[in-house]
Design a protein around this ligand. Structure first.
Ligand SMILES: Nc1ncnc2c1ncn2[C@@H]1O[C@H](COP(=O)(O)OP(=O)(O)O)[C@@H](O)[C@H]1O
Ligand SMILES: [Mg+2]
Length: 226
């Protein structure tokens, strides 16, 4: 479970996050916002990659605000998931797994349907399989929360419609809480249980993806004055 409280972040004179707060319980929560609204910054603050000016990050009742990323037990799938080029899919998935950890990684591999490509290298994979392998790599160390930053950007919508229900099934079965960032309410709808909007440096919960879509739509119109 994640609680981020009163996060402030500015870059120079630009205020990116202003008292941004968000809670993720045992659920898949989509955080939706237009480009440049501070989604990635917020996620990196939760992961410990970026330091906030103010605010607190609590994961499973533990204040991790001053801990480095590797001690936070979060899984992080960045915007352009980079698999190690020189490693096979199997070695990529096992990368970062502590030696003493006795994880049945084959369970994750089977659930994500990547068993047949374990011996391949990333350049031999389609976009869909790259995404599956990146998710497997983040899940195998059994994170307390999984953070995903628009991992399917650039993927064809038809493929998204196939892959997201698969992702949802796996995440639900493993019961890992997820914060999934997207600028696409449709993507959010295919994956998430609940929705939040990031707008003007603040985060608000919304009840439906339609509500999210309306707010995002208005933000875009305002941002581009059209
Ligand atoms: N390291 C940085 N240095 C300066 N400005 C940054 C940095 N990272 C992000 N920003 C700015 O902060 C704003 C929010 O960025 P970001 O969190 O990447 O937004 P999003 O992920 O919603 O597109 C943008 O205007 C971006 O240019
Ligand atoms: Mg981003």
């Amino acid at each position: 479970m994640l609680k981020a409280n009163g996060i402030n972040k500015r870059y120079g004179h630009q205020i990116v996050l202003q008292q941004a707060s968000l809670e993720v319980k045992s659920e898949i929560k989509a955080l939706i916002g237009i480009n440049g609204s501070g989604k990635s910054t917020f996620l990196k603050i939760v992961a410990g990659i970026v330091e906030p000016d103010e605010g607190q990050v609590v994961i499973n009742e533990r204040d991790v605000s001053s801990l480095p990323p590797e001690l936070r037990h979060v899984g992080y799938v960045p915007q352009h998931p980079a698999l190690f080029k020189h490693l096979t899919v199997k070695d990529n998935v096992l990368y970062g797994l502590r030696k003493e950890a006795k994880v049945d990684y084959m369970k994750v591999v089977e659930m994500l349907d990547i068993k047949d490509v374990l011996h391949k290298r990333p350049h031999e994979l389609s976009g869909g399989y790259k995404s599956r392998a990146s998710l497997a790599r983040a899940l195998v160390p059994q994170p307390q929360i999984l953070l995903m930053d628009e991992p399917l950007t650039g993927m064809d919508v038809v493929l998204k419609e196939r892959i997201l229900p698969d992702f949802r099934r796996v995440l639900k079965e493993l019961q890992v809480p997820v914060l999934y960032i997207t600028h696409d309410p449709k993507e959010a709808e295919l994956l998430a249980d609940s929705y939040a909007i990031i707008d003007n440096g603040k985060i608000h919960s919304v009840n439906t993806s339609i509500e999210a879509f309306d707010i995002i739509h208005n933000s875009i119109l305002q941002a581009y004055s059209c």
